[in-house]
Design a protein around this ligand. Structure first.
Ligand code: 5AD
Ligand code: SF4
Length: 460
């Protein structure tokens, strides 16, 4: 039996899909090359905005229709929307075979077994307090995701995530480090640590460092300690993490960015609004001034750090003045990129009780204005890199022009360059940037600086 997982939503969902795929492979299922040929299709869903749910529902509808011609096909749903809609999904989509809660994905192989034995419409909610979730990996390229923090306790007024992903839980550091070591042994050179609010790692009262020696670099906060421990793994060249919250942008985090060469100089730090009144209503836990102070702390230690953000326009009661405050904050913060979202009320969240009073047209206008502002600021367009040298992790031949290679800079910018003799994926390459457009840096005189060392697979 072959399977395919269709993924919506954030990097956490990409990671969860991979872990479920690893469970299915372990249970004897084979990955299908594409959705059409798969006997089992699982849709991993997102609930963050209504539109994300509509897309997933549309997809599930089509998949279930395809069962008319292929009655033996199994269609299931996992992830945030499955958690939120639960059994009601079977009323909307009667042909759906199964749905699992967001912390119950490890049961998918056995549920598929039950369906093969005749069960229908299986709803397996699991417990949101469970933290026995799959962490397996499939053989991949040079980069991998590692979940360090499940769930979220922040409860921003607009956000469905605490309801659908459950309470915050940090994995023990030893477990995360062991997972990273195994990945490096399999050829991985870059890992991205994932958590809804990843800088809260180990701050919920869990003893993530139980029994461990003190940090050699003198870090006392759990997350910088984790970065330090991961940076000590031979062969792991880069560490990224997402997403941040200003409260986690401490002096220690700034020092970790500065002193750990493996810590990539990029942070996604959602701001959501520049209006202190709206930030308070959103229960974000900071003012625009505190947000900017967090940026200064990071930039003071690492001047070329790249900061990207998320902004919501049209939150209930957002006035023209509030919106103008967001525009001002955008100027002051000098983001490398901004993702703008139109507010979408999510059932059961505190702000869903408010009147969604900014019209769709006005949300649309504010969205466009912010996109134009970001463009006009011209930040993150790469111009500042022209004439400078930078380090790129080589990924492989560029999609557009196979004779050149592409990779990413520490700041997460795509760079294209002529491959130096003998370069391999995962090598660090020093490149002189000669040209830039908003999407890509173009480099010359590439030279290998750090080879993915002869470890793991390559040693055998
Ligand atoms: N409506 C619109 N955007 C939202 N986001 C989260 N909840 C909502 C909502 N109800 C945005 C935030 C978050 C990003 C992942 O999605 O900007 O950072
Ligand atoms: Fe990710 Fe949030 Fe969407 Fe869930 S609801 S998939 S956590 S973005």
């Amino acid at each position: 039996m072959t399977f395919f997982i269709h993924t919506y939503g954030c990097q956490m969902n990409v990671r969860d899909s991979e872990a479920v795929a690893a469970e299915l492979v372990r249970a004897g299922y084979a990955r299908a090359p594409d959705e059409d040929s798969a006997d089992l299709v699982v849709v991993n869903t997102c609930s963050v905005r209504e539109k994300a749910e509509d897309k997933a529902l549309g997809k599930l509808g089509l998949l279930c229709k395809s069962k008319r011609e292929r009655p033996s096909r199994v269609v299931g749903v996992m992830g945030c929307m499955a958690q939120r809609m639960a059994e009601s999904l079977f009323r909307r989509i009667p042909q759906l075979d199964f749905a699992v809660g967001s912390r119950a994905a490890r049961h998918i192989p056995s549920i598929v077994g039950e369906i093969a034995a005749g069960a229908t419409q299986v709803w397996f909610p699991g417990e949101l307090s469970d933290f026995d979730v799959p962490h397996g990996h499939l053989p991949s390229g040079i980069a991998a995701f590692v979940t360090v923090l499940l769930g979220c306790n922040r409860r921003c007024s607009y956000c469905i995530v605490p309801d659908v992903r459950g309470p915050e839980h940090s994995r023990p550091a030893a477990e995360v480090i062991a997972e990273a070591k195994a990945l490096v042994a399999s050829g991985v050179r870059e890992i991205t640590l994932l958590g809804q609010s990843v800088l809260r790692y180990g701050r919920q009262g869990e003893d993530v460092w139980a029994g461990a020696a003190p940090s050699p670099m003198g870090f006392t906060e759990p997350f910088p300690r984790l970065l330090e421990a991961l940076a000590a793994i031979p062969g792991l060249r880069r560490i990224r993490f997402t997403s941040g919250h200003p409260s986690g942008c401490t002096a220690e985090l700034a020092r970790a960015f500065r002193d750990l060469p493996q810590a990539c100089r990029h942070l996604h730090l959602p701001v959501q609004s520049g209006s202190d009144r709206i930030l308070r209503e959103m229960r974000r836990g900071y003012t625009s001034g505190e947000y900017l102070a967090a940026l200064e702390r990071l930039r003071g230690a690492v001047p070329d750090i790249s900061i990207t953000t998320d902004i919501i326009v049209g939150y209930p009661g957002e006035t023209e003045d509030d919106f103008e405050a967001t525009r001002r904050l955008m100027r002051a913060a000098r983001f490398d990129n901004s993702f703008i979202f139109k507010y979408s009320p999510r059932p059961g969240t505190p702000s869903a009780a408010l009147v969604d009073d900014v019209t769709p047209e006005e949300k649309d206008r504010r969205n466009k204005v912010l996109l134009a502002d970001q463009d006009e600021l011209g930040l993150g367009n790469g111009g500042e890199w022209v004439g400078r040298e930078t380090e790129v992790m080589a990924e492989g031949p560029s999609l557009r022009n196979k004779s050149r290679w592409s990779g990413r800079t520490s700041q997460n910018k795509i760079a294209v360059f002529d491959p130096p003799e003998g370069v391999r994926p995962g090598d660090l390459v020093r490149v002189r940037i000669v040209r830039a457009n908003p999407q890509t840096l173009f480099g010359e005189d590439a030279a290998i600086t750090g080879r993915a060392a002869a470890i793991g697979k390559e040693q055998k």
